[in-house]
Design a protein around this ligand. Structure first.
Ligand code: HEC
Ligand code: HEC
Ligand code: HEC
Ligand code: HEC
Ligand code: HEC
Ligand code: HEC
Ligand code: HEC
Length: 384
């Protein structure tokens, strides 16, 4: 009897083990955050994080920008081009008004998808012909609390035709299934997408893990889910480098990377030269790797970050420095006294303007400031 049960358990285990783990994930392999949180209640705080909120269907809750009269228009240096943004019963719309009165025409598109949690800003996307995804020309900048030209769009030129490449969604969502004949361009299967970065983006699609944990027979067989803490350092970094290591060149189609696998089999991230200027946006991995702290210790992203909760307090991060460094002997102690222990990050990981994300407003460029991950001594002149 016991022998039969063991044989059965082993067979079921083998089926699970050999099933879905060794091919790229499919839409049906994902179970969604709510299922995971049903057992893993400690991770509930994840729902408030920028990862979770980084993309979503458009709604009054997810769009950070204002449609109130007086706040919903944008003029451009071109007198023959202006925009208005409207909340209507059938959705939220961006409308370009082209030409000068009385000879004007309009182009109007509905905001379907929101990209960006709104920490810094949001960009909006729309569907066309059912399965094609395009970017809208007007974004939202949180620091200005205003609508503004989308990054990289010249002011005063109307453009509703920028397709949204799969790589953009690979970094800002969990999964978008390509349309059957998409050929790697901006066409996606309707209704088969998972906006927001979910548990399963970092832990791997979880259907087998859940099935195994729910079955009294198989739950003791070891569990097919990735715990990044148990991966070698390089694999842990690669998990984050998929999105925080630069755009790179795809080797396999987007959404085929599985956590724990070598990233280079999926995405080629060109090595950075020692003196190459690195932007503070989008490449925390390479910046950190440049730091003496990183080279002289076994630091990973998890040394400072717990991605299951929102951490926005620079003083709390400075406490992490003190797990390896001492404050008492620091040269700045006479000047700062005991408060130095809250301020390591201010001087050694300053917020610097991105040179990569640039929007134009009234002929000026507007750039977000992003926390530099090159931990070092900065000269005063480098800080603006
Ligand atoms: C039915 C309950 C249940 C559900 C649903 C569930 N888990 Fe688990 N999970 C467990 C249990 C129990 C363990 C501990 C297993 C062990 O230590 O062998 C575990 C372990 C883990 C681990 C650590 C694995 C390790 O090797 O250390 C991770 C990561 C994890 N789960 C993530 C998830 C994610 C992501 C989801 C959703 C896709 C999920 N879990 C859904 C019960 C569940
Ligand atoms: C699928 C792509 C993806 C992966 C994988 C990923 N990130 Fe992110 N991460 C993002 C994006 C996109 C944002 C910006 C979200 C936003 O604000 O819209 C972000 C934001 C963050 C932030 C800022 C959060 C805040 O609230 O200020 C931290 C910290 C971070 N990621 C750390 C990590 C770490 C550590 C890992 C690896 C364990 C990781 N990320 C893996 C895409 C990813
Ligand atoms: C290689 C991964 C990657 C790609 C590709 C990418 N992003 Fe991002 N994006 C990030 C990360 C990481 C952040 C936040 C951290 C940072 O700025 O370094 C971010 C930040 C943003 C933000 C600001 C969110 C906030 O509130 O802070 C917006 C908006 C955004 N991206 C839109 C887009 C759009 C639209 C595309 C494609 C057309 C795109 N990104 C392509 C990784 C990526
Ligand atoms: C951005 C990537 C990312 C996302 C998204 C993410 N995790 Fe994790 N998770 C990690 C990393 C990295 C670790 C290992 C942390 C460490 O080194 O201690 C981890 C560890 C865990 C563990 C093991 C904890 C332990 O104490 O051993 C569980 C369980 C878990 N995550 C569940 C979840 C659940 C549930 C969600 C969604 C609600 C989620 N994770 C979302 C990256 C992520
Ligand atoms: C995991 C351990 C560890 C952590 C955490 C850590 N460091 Fe370091 N750091 C080191 C080691 C090891 C060195 C090289 C030896 C030394 O200078 O003490 C170093 C070097 C430095 C240097 C000299 C850099 C240079 O270019 O010579 C600075 C500045 C520094 N760390 C600041 C910080 C700050 C600020 C934090 C927190 C944001 C931090 N470190 C977190 C281990 C760490
Ligand atoms: C030595 C500590 C430390 C390590 C290690 C570290 N970070 Fe950070 N990170 C910080 C601090 C401090 C902030 C700023 C938090 C704030 O001000 O809200 C930050 C912020 C971020 C942000 C948001 C940046 C912005 O301004 O929008 C991202 C994204 C991020 N970290 C990703 C990563 C990734 C990916 C890794 C691993 C390659 C990593 N971090 C390793 C300390 C660290
Ligand atoms: C007001 C800005 C400021 C603050 C706050 C600050 N530092 Fe520094 N730190 C500096 C400067 C400037 C130097 C270079 C001193 C020199 O070499 O003359 C330095 C040097 C260092 C060094 C040694 C680098 C080397 O090799 O000479 C380490 C390590 C370091 N700081 C860590 C920290 C830690 C940890 C904290 C928080 C407890 C901290 N710093 C807070 C400005 C600051």
């Amino acid at each position: 009897m016991v022998g039969v049960a063991a044989l059965l358990a082993a067979t079921v285990g083998v089926i699970f083990l050999r099933g879905r783990g060794d091919r790229p994930p499919r839409f049906g392999d994902f179970v969604g955050n709510e299922t995971c949180l049903g057992c893993h209640t400690e991770q509930r705080s994840f729902a408030g994080t920028a990862h979770h909120r980084t993309s979503a269907p458009a709604s009054s809750r997810t769009i950070a920008a204002s449609f109130a009269p007086g706040e919903n228009t944008l003029s451009t240096p071109n007198p023959a081009l202006r925009y208005h943004m409207d909340a209507r019963p059938d959705g939220f719309f961006q409308t370009a008004v082209v030409g000068e009165p009385p000879d004007t025409s309009t182009i109007s598109k509905r905001i379907d998808l929101v990209i960006g949690s709104g920490r810094k800003g949001q960009t909006y996307l729309y569907w066309e012909s059912g399965d094609r995804l395009y970017q809208l020309p007007i974004s939202y900048w949180t620091a200005l609390q205003a609508w503004i030209s989308s990054p990289g769009y010249p002011e005063g030129v109307v453009n509703f035709e920028r397709p949204v490449a799969p790589r953009c969604l690979e970094c800002h969502s969990t999964f978008f299934e390509p349309a059957a004949d998409s050929q790697g361009v901006h066409r996606y299967a309707e209704g088969r997408s998972i906006p927001g970065i979910s548990c399963e983006k970092c832990h791997g699609a979880g259907r087998d893990h859940v099935a195994r944990q729910r079955s009294p027979v198989t739950r003791f067989l070891g569990t097919p889910i990735v715990n990044p803490a148990e991966l070698p350092r390089q694999r842990q970094l690669e998990l984050c480098a998929q999105c925080h290591g630069g755009v790179g060149e795809p080797v396999t189609p987007s959404f085929s990377y599985r956590p724990g696998q070598p990233l280079e089999q999926h995405l080629r991230l060109p090595p950075t030269l020692p003196n190459e200027a690195l932007d503070v946006h989008g490449n925390q991995v390479a910046l950190l790797q440049r730091s003496t702290c990183f080279a002289a210790s076994d630091m990973t992203c998890s040394t400072c970050h717990d991605v299951h909760q929102t951490q926005r307090n620079p003083a709390a991060f400075s406490a992490r420095c003190l797990s390896c460094h001492q404050a008492q002997t620091h040269e700045a102690v006479p000047e700062l006294g005991a408060t130095i222990t809250n301020r390591c990050v201010d001087c050694h990981m300053p917020e610097l303007p991105s040179r990569m994300i640039v929007s134009r407003q009234d002929g000026r460029s507007v750039q977000p400031r992003i926390r530099s991950h090159w931990i070092r001594v900065y000269a005063a002149g480098e800080l603006n």
